[in-house]
Ligand binder design. Structure first.
Ligand SMILES: *[C@@H]1O[C@H](CO)[C@@H](O)[C@H](O)[C@H]1NC(C)=O
Ligand SMILES: *[C@@H]1O[C@H](CO)[C@@H](O)[C@H](O)[C@H]1NC(C)=O
Ligand SMILES: *[C@@H]1O[C@H](CO)[C@@H](O)[C@H](O)[C@H]1NC(C)=O
Ligand SMILES: *[C@@H]1O[C@H](CO)[C@@H](O)[C@H](O)[C@H]1NC(C)=O
Ligand SMILES: *[C@@H]1O[C@H](CO)[C@@H](O)[C@H](O)[C@H]1NC(C)=O
Ligand SMILES: *[C@@H]1O[C@H](CO)[C@@H](O)[C@H](O)[C@H]1NC(C)=O
Length: 504
C-alpha cells in the first residue's frame, strides 16, 4: 500500500514495464488474424449444419476451439467499438445506434484502441474492409487510430460492385478516396489487399491483420459464378446470400494460403467472429435461436465464433464457456505483451486465453448485453430513430430482458422457412415485451419465460442492470450534420467532413 502511494515509484514502474514485456515476449508474440464477418447468421455456417458450403471455415473451426457460448453486440457499430476497446457499449457511448453517413459521432478518441496497443509492442497493424467507427474528422479514421494501413470503407455498407453508399463513393486507401475499382466485387479486392500485405510483411515483426468483411451485409449481391452451386435454393435473395457466404469461405481459404506461403501460418492466431446475428429480411438466419440483428434475443447477440492456432494448448474442442466480444481486447493485449490501462474507464472484458487454450473455467460469470431505453433525444434530421434495443443481462444460466421488441423465430428458406417482410418486423418492434426471464442453458431458444417462477432472480438481475446503468455514459447521439452531405457532394465520396481541406 505504502509503495503504491508513492507517486515517483509508480511512475517509474509504469514506464519500465512495457519495455520488459516487449523484450521478454517478442519471441512468442503471435501474428493475429482477426476475421470479422458482417451480419453472419448463427445457422449460416457449415459447422452449424447449414446447406451453405463453408469447408474452409469448418476445417479451421474443427481444428481449433469452437466457441458455442460466445456473444457480440446487437449490431455493427457497438460490436466494433467493444472489439476495439474491451468496453461495453454503455461505456463507449455506442449503446444506441449505428454510425450513419451524417453522424458526427465516432468511437471516442480517449480510448487507446487495440491496434494502438499492439503497435506499442512492435506489431504491424492493418485494417482491410469495414471501419464503421466514425469518420467525421480525419483523426477518427483508421490510419490515425493505430492502423499502419487501411483499405476499405467507413459506413455500414455499400454497393459490392460500384462501392457507393447513399449515392457517393465509400472506398478508401488510408484517407485517400480509392477510385478506379468500379465493377470489382469488394471481397475480391479485399483478399488481393490482404495478399499484398502478407507478401510485403517483414516476417521478423508480429502482424495484426483485421479483415472486416463487407459480406454478408446487404445489399444482397454476389458474382454470378458463385450462384450456380445454390440453384436448389428457391428464394432468390437467399440464394445470393448463400453465394456471398461462399465467397467469404473462398476468401478465407485464399488468406490462409497467403499466410502459409509466407511462412507465417504456424505462428498465427486466428479469431473468427460474426459482428451480430443475421437479419432475416436480408436473408441471414439464426434458427433455432430467437430474434435477429438489432435485438438482444439470442439470435441477435449469440455469434458464430472460433479460435485457431498452433499455440492453443487444446485443439478440436468445443468451448461452452461464456465469452463476450469485449474479452478479445484484454486477451490479445496480454498475449502481445502490451499493457492494459483504465483510461478513460476500466476494461469490461476478461482475459479468456486460459479458458480457450486450456479449458479453465471462464472468469466471466456475468454479461451485460446492453442498456438502451427510449428517452427524449436531440432532434435527428434524416435518420429515423426507433431502434432502441431495451436492456438484457446474463448471470450464469439466467438472462433477463427488459423492454425488448417481441421478436420471433425464423427457419431458413431452404428448410421450409419464409423470410419476413418489413411490415412483419415492424409489428414485432412495436409489440414490446416489458420483462422476461430465460434459463439459457436449459432453454437456449428462449421459449419459456420463467420470470413468474423466479421473482428473486428477476429482482437480482434488475439490480445488476441498475448497477451497470449508474456507470453508463450518455449515448453518443447528436443531430445529423448536413455538412457531411455537402462535403460528399463536392468530393463525390463520403470523406471526413469536418476537416477544412476536404470541406473547402
Ligand atoms: C451503384 O449501384 C447502385 C445499386 O446498388 C445504383 O443505384 C447506383 O446508381 C450505382 N452507382 C454508380 C455510380 O454506378
Ligand atoms: C526486417 O526487420 C528487421 C528487424 O527490424 C530488420 O533488421 C530487417 O532489415 C528487415 N528486413 C527487411 C527486408 O526490411
Ligand atoms: C481465391 O483465389 C483464386 C485463385 O487465385 C481466385 O480465382 C479467387 O477469385 C479468389 N477468391 C477470392 C474471394 O478472393
Ligand atoms: C508448420 O507446422 C507443421 C506441423 O507442425 C510443420 O510440418 C511445418 O513444417 C511447419 N512450417 C513451418 C514453416 O514452420
Ligand atoms: C409475442 O408474440 C407472440 C406471437 O408471435 C405472442 O404469442 C406473444 O403473446 C407475444 N408476447 C408478448 C409479451 O406480447
Ligand atoms: C437452469 O438450467 C440448468 C441446466 O438445465 C440447471 O442446471 C439450472 O439449475 C437451471 N437454473 C434454474 C434457476 O432453474
Amino acid at each position: 500500500m505504502f509503495l503504491f502511494n508513492n507517486v515517483t515509484f509508480t511512475t517509474t514502474v509504469v514506464s519500465i514495464i512495457p519495455c520488459i514485456f516487449w523484450t521478454k515476449s517478442l519471441a512468442s508474440q503471435p501474428h493475429i488474424l482477426l476475421l470479422l464477418v458482417d451480419d453472419l447468421g448463427w445457422s449460416d455456417v457449415g459447422y452449424h449444419g447449414s446447406q451453405i458450403k463453408t469447408p474452409n471455415v469448418d476445417r479451421l473451426a474443427r481444428e481449433g476451439v469452437i466457441l458455442e457460448n460466445y456473444y457480440v453486440q446487437q449490431y455493427c457499430t457497438p460490436t466494433r467499438g467493444s472489439l476495439m476497446t474491451g468496453r461495453y457499449p454503455i461505456h463507449t457511448g455506442l449503446q444506441h445506434r449505428a454510425i450513419l453517413s451524417l453522424t458526427p459521432f465516432g468511437l471516442p478518441l480517449e480510448f487507446s484502441i487495440l491496434p494502438e496497443k499492439l503497435k506499442e509492442v512492435g506489431y504491424k497493424t492493418h485494417l482491410v474492409g469495414k471501419w464503421h467507427l466514425g469518420h467525421y474528422t480525419s483523426v477518427s479514421t483508421p490510419t490515425h487510430r493505430g492502423f499502419d494501413s487501411f483499405f476499405g470503407f467507413y459506413n455500414y455498407g455499400h454497393d459490392h460492385f460500384n462501392h457507393t453508399h447513399d449515392g457517393f463513393l465509400d472506398l478508401f486507401e488510408g484517407e485517400k478516396v480509392a477510385r478506379g475499382y468500379k465493377g470489382q466485387y469488394t471481397s475480391h479486392l479485399y483478399v488481393q489487399e490482404v495478399e499484398r500485405i502478407v507478401e510485403e510483411h517483414n516476417s521478423s515483426k508480429p502482424l495484426f491483420l483485421y479483415m472486416a468483411f463487407e459480406n454478408v451485409h446487404d445489399p444482397i449481391q454476389a458474382p454470378e459464378k458463385y450462384l450456380n452451386k445454390y440453384s436448389f435454393i428457391k428464394d432468390r435473395d437467399r440464394r445470393t446470400y448463400a453465394a456471398m457466404m461462399d465467397v467469404v469461405d473462398e476468401a478465407i481459404g485464399n488468406i490462409t494460403q497467403a499466410f502459409r506461403e509466407k511462412g507465417l501460418w504456424n505462428d498465427t492466431l486466428v479469431i473468427f467472429s460474426s459482428d451480430n446475428g443475421g437479419d432475416p429480411f436480408y436473408r441471414g438466419f439464426n434458427y433455432p435461436l430467437r430474434g435477429y440483428k438489432k435485438t438482444l434475443w439470442e439470435g441477435g447477440v449469440k455469434a458464430c465464433g472460433f479460435v485457431h492456432g498452433q499455440m492453443l494448448k487444446r485443439k478440436g474442442v468445443i468451448s461452452r464457456d461464456l465469452i463476450h466480444v469485449t474479452d478479445w481486447y484484454p486477451t490479445l493485449v496480454n498475449l502481445a505483451g502490451a499493457t492494459l490501462d483504465s483510461n478513460p474507464m476500466p476494461v469490461d472484458g476478461f482475459d479468456v486465453w486460459e479458458t480457450i487454450s486450456s479449458g479453465t473455467p471462464s472468469p466471466r460469470t456475468e454479461l451485460l448485453h446492453n442498456i438502451d431505453f427510449p428517452e427524449k433525444r436531440p432532434g435527428l434530421l434524416l435518420t429515423y430513430d426507433t431502434w432502441y434495443s431495451g436492456a438484457a443481462i446474463r448471470v450464469g444460466d439466467m438472462k433477463l430482458l427488459m423492454h425488448v421488441p417481441n421478436a420471433t423465430w425464423y427457419q431458413v428458406p431452404e428448410e421450409g422457412g419464409i423470410a419476413p417482410d418489413m411490415e412483419e418486423i415492424w409489428d414485432q418492434k412495436t409489440n414490446i415485451v416489458e420483462l422476461a426471464l430465460y434459463n439459457i442453458t436449459a432453454d437456449p431458444t428462449e421459449r419459456y419465460d420463467v420470470s413468474h417462477k423466479y421473482p428473486n432472480i428477476v429482482r437480482h438481475l434488475k439490480d445488476r442492470i441498475h448497477e451497470h446503468w449508474k456507470t453508463a455514459v450518455p449515448p453518443g447521439i447528436v443531430p445529423d450534420d448536413i455538412m457531411a452531405l455537402a462535403v460528399a457532394i463536392k468530393n463525390k465520396a463520403w470523406v471526413s467532413w469536418r476537416d477544412t481541406c476536404n470541406a473547402k
